[in-house]
Design a binder for this molecule. Structure first.
Ligand SMILES: Nc1nc2c(ncn2[C@@H]2O[C@H](COP(=O)(O)OP(=O)(O)OP(=O)(O)O)[C@@H](O)[C@H]2O)c(=O)[nH]1
Ligand SMILES: [Mg+2]
Ligand SMILES: [Zn+2]
Length: 317
């Protein structure tokens, strides 16, 4: 990493000049901005309007040995979660969200479903990967639990990041090439292990960044962008593990179309404003799997739909 400040120092002669940059890390209100030449420096936002997130393209101005973000360029998407209290932005301008879960610790299907809905709402392509296939029994259990997700068009990629040879993640690499991907998942699923595998030396860089931004230690505490290739065309973003994924920004009536397996049957209902919860002639209810009547919509996915619908209806009042 270029020492923070070096780029700014050379630029300070041209006061008030705006430079292009990419936000590659953020912590609290500071950001680390990368210049087109690949140098990195700490920047502070000018005000609320120039509050930037990782993946943002910005215009910045040099100050003594740091910089100020003067403008955040328009985003093509913003991946975020929102609970009653606050909105938490993960990253902007993404091609993919790679949801990395693992055989251990056991993942919450509810949180997985929520992350997928948030990606769908921003039209970001999700990839699901299940890590730690070397833990045979818990892996088999988790793989089973993922059956409804394996049937969706993106499928689920099995991984063993700790012990893998390149062949094991070649298919993942193919998906990532030339794109910007946010790696998201619960704590301990292997997000940083993946980053280190694809970007040798990433940990060192993380520690430098953490130090520079006065943040914590081993478990990932800030979202950071890495380049997988030297030409800087493939971006991988490591993020801290999350526990709760708030979807308060989603309207309950939007939900069905953001869950592809449910959306597929949501046009076959008798009522145009069907909630798919209790209406007669509902195409969704008719396709929910049950012991008495097998169907393409898994019972757990439909249960999650109902619970989210209730939660999002409540949070509006
Ligand atoms: N058995 C097994 N362990 C793994 C595998 N991949 C990663 N681990 C281990 O899982 C632990 C957590 O990995 P990390 O990469 O730090 O997890 P993380 O998702 O970055 O966690 P946070 O930063 O806390 O969100 C580490 O001890 C890894 O060595 C795997 O394929 N198999
Ligand atoms: Mg981590
Ligand atoms: Zn319906």
């Amino acid at each position: 990493m270029a020492k923070p400040g070096r780029a700014a120092a050379s630029a300070s002669t041209a006061a008030k000049t705006l430079h292009d940059g990419l936000v590659v890390a953020s912590h609290g209100r500071h950001c680390l901005v990368e210049t087109p030449a690949g140098e990195r420096l700490i920047c502070h936002p000018r005000g609320k309007k120039s509050q930037a997130v990782v993946g943002d393209r910005v215009r910045w101005q040099a100050t003594e040995d740091e910089g100020t973000i003067e403008e955040v360029l328009p985003r093509r998407n913003l991946f975020y979660r929102q609970d009653e209290i606050r909105t938490k932005s993960f990253a902007a301008n993404l091609d993919h969200v790679l949801i990395l879960i693992a055989a251990e610790p056991e993942f919450s299907e509810h949180q997985l479903a929520r992350a997928l809905i948030a990606a769908e709402a921003e039209r970001i392509t999700p990839i699901i990967a299940l890590n730690k296939s070397d833990l045979v029994e818990p892996f088999a259990r988790a793989w089973n639990k993922l059956a409804p997700y394996r049937r969706m068009h993106h499928g689920v990629l099995p991984l063993s990041l700790k012990a893998s040879g390149e062949a094991d993640y070649a298919s993942l690499m193919k998906l990532l090439a030339g794109k910007s991907t946010l790696v998201l998942g619960p704590s301990g699923s292997g997000k940083s292990t993946l980053t280190n595998l694809l970007v040798p030396g990433a940990t060192v860089l993380t520690q430098e960044i953490s130090q520079a931004l006065n943040s914590g230690k081993h478990t990932t505490t800030s979202t950071t962008w890495y380049w997988i290739d030297e030409a800087r065309t493939t971006g991988l973003i490591d993020s801290p593990g999350f526990q709760e994924f708030g979807l308060n920004h989603i309207q309950p009536m939007q939900l069905a179309k953001l869950m592809p397996d449910i959306a597929e049957h949501a046009n076959d209902c008798k009522f145009y404003n069907c909630t798919h919860l209790h209406e007669p002639g509902c195409g969704v209810i008719a396709n929910v799997d049950s012991p008495a009547r097998p169907g393409p919509i898994s019972a757990s996915r439909y249960r999650i739909y109902g619970e989210l619908f209730a939660e999002l209806s409540q949070s509006r009042y």
